[in-house]
Design a protein around this ligand. Structure first.
Ligand code: 6PG
Length: 476
């Protein structure tokens, strides 16, 4: 029997496409699915693309693999992943590798990795981004797990990953759950980026009265400059699409409720635990949530808006204002996401290299963009910045965007157009650069009602004012 270099179990579209991608690159791929019909269809329809070994049972699948075995699991995150692990682990031997390519929660990945390590099996939580097309033509791959497992898996994964300037969009991220952690934050950034683009669209549509097809032209134009990215590109495509049944722009017949499978929410939950301010990502998650609250929106629909807006206040220059505000807000969102990665890496001892991560996000993944090359440069410079905001290139971009950014946020408020992403990004920026924050007053309030104490700017120690006494200060 032919020995396969790698196996894929779970042949829904992502799994099937990854298997095809591996086969197209000359690897012999064992394929297995719980219901055999998918395995049959894959081999019937795509068998000519490369060398597949169709397996009916887990036992047959495991026997078809050369040792140490490399098994990619592509099933739904959560209980189905545990079920597949339970099914396959007893059939594997020490040194074998089980790769989970789904969007698993990194804490689940840590638990699974620890349990399988006891049995000598390498469990690799790998973030895979790029959707169905990416899986087939070249995704961005973020594998965690042991270094040793990457030595055996890396060459195959790098082979099928997207390439930018000949560099594969795949690298070893770090031990145990590091791969799934960075994929989670990737998705959080994806949410923020999508929200900012949607706000830019809304501001130009409502503020300037541009039509979806005119806006498609604007996004096409933006895609030729510093904003050039996959998300801007597909925005133009969506805006240009006309609904066949009504003849209206498709964007006008799609219900305005944005859904989510949960990775953006996880990013924010974990950021709260780590104490990292990812306000841009959080606003994006909340904005989706607001859009889905039909009850609240229905109840609030008739509430008063701005009493009047000066006529002709907006002209064509607003397009450039919005473009600059979008770029500046995007810098904030990515800076916050990379901050979270740094905090997660420190908490779990992963030593994630942010420059290497930016490098593999340049292609294949949903947030791929020219901009990521700038982030790579920043992290690979001689003096990597504490926050991306202070990298010289971004200081310059933020400087250029200043007036536009502030005008856009002010106009959004004047016109009553919600722009939570733009607003929170600007507020974060102003908070970080502020000489002093009103947090001092909050400390005073906390001390007043709860004797929570405060620190002073001029002396070391903890202090408390005797608020209900003679208001003298104690402590030190
Ligand atoms: C990717 C995507 C992919 C998916 C997410 C987001 O990197 O290929 O992020 O993982 O689109 O699950 O989905 P939701 O918007 O439904 O949360």
């Amino acid at each position: 029997m032919t020995q396969a270099q790698i196996g894929v179990t779970g042949l829904a579209v992502m799994g099937a496409n990854l298997a095809r991608n591996l086969a197209r690159h000359g690897h012999t791929v064992a394929v297995h699915n719980r219901s055999q019909s998918r395995t049959k269809t894959l081999v019937e329809e795509h068998g000519h693309e490369g060398s597949f070994v169709a397996c009916e049972t887990p036992e047959e699948f495991v026997a078809a693999l050369e040792r140490p075995r490399r098994v990619i699991v592509m099933v739904k995150a959560g209980a189905p992943t545990d079920a597949v692990i339970e099914e396959f682990a007893p059939l594997l031997e020490p040194g074998d590798m089980l790769v989970d390519g789904g969007n698993a929660h990194f804490l689940d990945t840590r638990r699974r990795e620890a349990a399988l390590r006891e049995r000598g099996i390498h469990f690799v939580g790998a973030g895979v981004s790029g959707g169905e097309e990416g899986a087939l033509l070249g995704p961005s791959i973020m594998p965690g797990g042991s270094k040793e497992s990457y030595e055996a898996l890396g060459p195959l994964l790098e082979d099928i990953a997207a390439k930018v300037d000949g560099v594969p969009c795949c690298t070893h991220i770090g031990p145990d759950g590091a791969g799934h952690f960075v994929k989670m934050v990737h998705n959080g950034i994806e949410y923020a980026d999508m929200q900012l683009i949607a706000e830019a669209y809304d501001l130009l549509r409502q503020g300037l009265g541009l039509s979806p097809s005119q806006l498609a032209d604007v996004f096409d134009e933006w895609n030729r400059g510093e904003l050039s990215s996959y998300l801007i590109e597909i925005t133009a495509e969506v805006l240009r699409q006309v609904d066949a049944s009504t003849g209206k722009p498709l964007v006008d017949v799609i219900a305005d409720r944005a859904e989510q499978k949960g990775t953006g929410r996880w990013t924010v939950q974990i950021a709260l635990d780590l104490g990292v301010p990812v306000s841009g990502i959080a606003e994006a998650v909340f904005a989706r949530s607001v859009s889905g609250h039909a009850d609240l929106r229905e109840a609030a629909r008739g509430l008063p808006g701005p009493s009047g807006v000066p006529a002709g206040v907006l002209d064509e220059s607003f397009v450039e204002d919005v473009r600059r505000a979008l770029y500046a807000s995007k810098i904030i969102a990515y800076a916050q996401g990379f901050d979270q990665i740094r905090a997660g890496s420190a908490e779990y001892g992963w030593e994630v290299d942010p420059g290497a991560l930016a490098t593999i996000w340049r292609g294949g993944c949903i947030i791929r963009a020219v901009f990521l090359d700038r982030i790579r440069e920043a992290y690979e410079s001689e003096t990597p910045p504490v926050t991306l905001l202070t990298a010289p290139l971004f200081v310059e971009a933020l400087g250029l965007a200043q007036d536009s950014w502030r005008r856009v946020v002010a106009r959004a408020a004047e016109f009553g157009i919600p722009a939570p992403g733009f607003s929170t990004a600007l507020a974060y920026y102003d908070s970080l650069r502020a000489e002093r924050l009103p947090a001092a007053l909050i400390q005073g309030q906390r001390d007043f009602f709860g004797a929570h104490t405060y620190q002073r700017t001029d002396r070391e120690g903890s202090f408390h004012t005797l608020w209900s006494g003679d208001r003298s200060e104690i402590g030190g």
